[in-house]
Design a protein around this ligand. Structure first.
Ligand code: GDP
Ligand code: MG
Length: 369
């Protein structure tokens, strides 16, 4: 039997026969008294589909973590079991509020999650925290910085923190995150917080899996609106100007009115809801209860209008098409014949021997053979 220590690279609930394909092996465990506690002896035993399902539904944290590990596995032999488990959990999922949190690195997203998460747990909620980190597709999962930011939260029994799975494409990370949401909801987590860095595609991806999308900003010098992509603002349901504490409070208030002005001219991200900017401090907790009130009001408003249900349905359907597209793309670029043909095509294009249209048709022709 393998000797496992808590907080090593391989979490102790990793099955014995876990091969390289087990994505979770690179995740440095979040320091948590709860997670490293040896709770039962089912740990290393092979689990049946029903044992996974029962364990998740009974809020067995060890089995919950193992179920997510199964889903995150890139090993094709785990695929069918994972999908069976998910299918059985699906009717028990969906009853949460999914909140996406984006913003540039350093804006205070993780600190906000610690602060909002603790506030919600005090109110009796169960909070699951996920991260969607595009850099984890090329490097090791990087919740590392967050470990210190979510120190209290990670010790709470009613909180579960899961970093972005590493390896694979953003599409792969997305599938895993969405399925992890399903598992967490089935376990009874009623608030799902998803942190993502506000760069490139990841915020669009996270927007497509949450109900409420929050943009965390900080007031800086100069033109407040500079550098903020209009595109991101069009996705958000609220803006939090964070770090509104100490000397920064004044600046934050000015930034708030600037952003409120800017938001005024944008299409709302959610039909029937006007996004607004607020100030707060993740560090001192000021403004956090008010932020939660806004989120609750949002939930109430869009549930009443039917937008909540509608968006969730749309998101599921969009997800299907996205997966089809991702799979087709992968199959195309991983095809050996295509890879060879692409090499030839590059040379031909460079020498003006073929037009781009003909080159594309040729590649597709080879793929369809
Ligand atoms: N003064 C102040 N500092 C904050 C606040 N929120 C976060 N920070 C600090 O900003 C830094 C980055 O925070 P972090 O939560 O890791 O940002 P993230 O990259 O967006 O997740 C840390 O040093 C935090 O302590 C706040 O409300 N006020
Ligand atoms: Mg962070």
């Amino acid at each position: 039997m393998k000797k496992q220590k808590p907080n090593t690279y391989k979490p102790d609930w990793t099955p014995e026969n876990a091969g390289e394909a087990f994505a979770v092996k690179v995740v440095k465990g979040v320091e948590s008294k709860v997670e490293t506690k040896k709770e039962n002896d089912t740990k290393r035993k092979h689990l049946s589909i029903d044992e996974y399902v029962k364990g998740v539904l009974e809020f067995d944290r060890n089995i919950l973590a193992r179920a997510i590990t199964l889903i995150e596995s890139n090993n094709p032999t785990h695929h069918d079991t994972a999908q069976e488990v998910l299918k059985k959990l699906l009717p028990h999922s969906g009853k949460s509020l999914r909140i996406g949190i984006t913003g540039v690195p350093g804006a205070g997203k993780s600190t906000l999650i610690e602060s909002l998460g603790m506030y919600l747990i005090e109110q009796g909620h169960k909070v699951a925290v996920l991260t969607v980190d595009p850099s984890s597709t090329v490097t090791k999962g990087s919740i590392l910085g967050d470990k210190t930011r979510m120190e209290n939260l990670s010790k709470e029994k009613n909180c579960f923190i899961r970093p972005s799975p590493s390896g694979g494409t953003l599409g792969g990370v997305t599938r895993k995150s969405r399925e992890t949401i399903t598992v967490c909801e089935a376990a009874g987590f009623d608030i799902i917080l998803i942190e993502t860095v506000g760069v490139g595609q990841s915020e669009v991806t996270v927007r497509s899996m949450v109900d409420f999308f929050l943009l965390v900003l900080i007031a800086g010098g100069g033109d407040e609106l500079q550098g903020i992509k209009r595109g991101i603002m069009e996705l958000t349901d609220a803006i939090l100007i964070n770090k509104a504490d100490g000397d920064n409070e004044k600046k934050a208030n000015i930034a708030r009115s600037d952003y409120n002005n800017a938001l005024h001219y944008l299409q709302p991200a959610t039909k029937g809801w006007t996004a607004q900017a607020f100030t707060g401090s993740a560090l001192t907790g000021k403004g956090i209860p008010e932020l939660w009130e806004v989120i609750k009001k949002f939930e109430k408003t869009i549930k009443k209008s039917g937008m909540f249900e509608q968006r969730r349905k749309d998101q599921s359907i969009e997800w299907v098409f996205r997966m089809v597209e991702d799979t087709l793309k992968d199959e195309f670029y991983n095809n050996e014949k295509i890879q060879k043909a692409i090499k030839t095509m590059r040379e031909e294009i460079a020498k003006d021997k073929i037009t781009p249209t003909l080159a594309a048709e040729k590649l597709l022709g080879i793929f369809r053979l």
